[in-house]
Design a protein around this ligand. Structure first.
Ligand code: GDP
Ligand code: MN
Length: 378
């Protein structure tokens, strides 16, 4: 789960990491009011993606009227493929230097790693590619956390100015603490700004929480409600269904992300438009299948459904039972095409005989069939 910058900064501030004064705004009027309070400021589009600066999502403004205009230009419009619902209006900082500081998991030593660089503000991936020697890393023993001397050496290797090392070190320890306590997979500050007066402050914040830990991160789950724009996706998450809403009219359900993706491609190739991605995963039982169908049918655009099941651990007969069970208990008014292969596929298809479900021999045939049926209903 990704947090928005304004949410991440709330989390960081609670941990004592200095962040700029700021207000979230969802309308141009709110942005204008915030700017009146804050003075010269930056208006920042809140989307779950980095590189907003280069894409025009960060605007420096001098007056409340300019803040209003900047918010108007950003709100309700897409930025790097994401619709902007909120902006963050923040006091502008007198920037002297931009550093980079983050904590993430390094899968090779299977430990948290702290990454620091004096080349902040730009894409860290670019720095890593062109001048890797400018990036310093500290692999952390989770039993002890980062030691004071280790962090001091990291700051030294990163090339941080001596006068700010104490302040940066303090932030580094707090960043590690919030990373561990929140079961984060990434806690990143880029840029960590050194102001002209020599104070250190987190001008940007990225925070990703491991979805598998959300059961014990209730305080953070509240942020998800706030950040999730699509109500069906939100409901799917609550029920533990792996669902992404798309804008077509053919519901897609399959097992395995790769199979579902290729099914989306096939449907598109035969002239259809997928309404969603939904992966029921391996070993899916009847209950899971029913849940999946009910999520897909929450989308009123759906005019037909394609099931593409490749039985491995997942058994064809179990899926067939799930579909039949769902069809008999739910009021389904759209055609459902089923393609099944692999473990107990024959048994599954046999169970479907005599039901309104439409069997198909291959993925291509299934895709063609569902596209035809949906076209008739448009
Ligand atoms: P990102 O591009 O999505 O990573 O967004 P950032 O929040 O990192 O902003 C990109 C760049 O905008 C930063 O590297 C800064 O150079 C600039 N910027 C961000 N905040 C401020 C600010 O408060 N004052 C000034 N002058 N520049 C800022
Ligand atoms: Mn940034």
């Amino acid at each position: 789960m990704k947090l928005y910058e304004f949410q991440a900064k709330e989390v960081f501030a609670r941990q004592g990491i200095p962040v700029p004064r700021g207000r979230r705004a969802s309308t141009p009027a709110e942005a204008e009011a915030a700017a009146r309070e804050l003075g010269r400021c930056v208006v920042k589009a809140q989307v779950h993606v980095g590189g907003r600066g280069k894409a025009g999502g960060i605007k420096l403004v001098e007056t409340p009227a300019e803040a209003r205009a900047a918010a108007e230009a950003l709100l309700g419009k897409p930025l790097k493929g994401f619709l902007v619902h909120h902006v963050l209006v923040e006091e502008a900082l007198p920037i002297a230097a931009e550093y980079y500081l983050s904590v993430t998991i390094d899968r090779t030593p299977k430990r948290p790693v702290m990454i620091a660089s004096a080349m902040g503000g730009v894409d860290i991936e670019e720095v890593a590619a062109s001048t890797p020697e400018r990036i310093a890393r500290l692999v952390i023993d989770p039993a002890y956390g980062p030691m004071g001397y280790e962090v001091r050496m990291l700051c030294d290797r990163a090339g941080f100015e001596p006068r700010v090392r104490r302040a940066v070190g303090d932030i580094a320890h707090r960043l590690y603490r919030v990373f561990v306590e929140s079961d984060a997979s990434l806690a990143e500050i880029n840029p960590l700004v050194v102001t002209e007066a020599g104070t250190v402050i987190a001008a940007d914040a990225k925070f990703d929480v491991d979805d598998n830990a959300l059961f014990r991160q209730q305080a953070l789950v509240a942020y998800r409600e706030e950040s999730e724009e699509d109500p069906i996706e939100a409901e799917a998450h609550r029920r533990g269904v792996n669902y992404v809403r798309l804008n077509g009219d053919i519901g897609i359900i399959g097992n395995g992300a790769g199979l579902v993706m290729s099914t989306l491609d096939l449907v598109t190739r035969y002239g259809g438009r997928p309404a969603n991605f939904l992966d029921i995963g391996g070993g899916a039982r009847a209950e899971v299948v029913r849940e999946a169908l009910s999520i897909v049918l929450m989308d009123p655009n759906v005019k037909g459904i394609l099931f593409n099941i490749f039985g491995g651990i997942t058994r064809g007969d179990a899926v067939a039972r799930g579909v039949l069970d769902a069809v008999s208990t739910m009021d389904i008014r759209v055609p459902i095409v089923v393609r099944m292969a692999g473990t107990r596929a024959a048994e599954g298809l046999k169970l479907l005989e005599g039901s309104p479900l439409i069997p198909a021999a291959s993925p291509a045939e299934a895709a063609k069939r569902v596209v035809e049926l949906v076209k008739q209903r448009r």
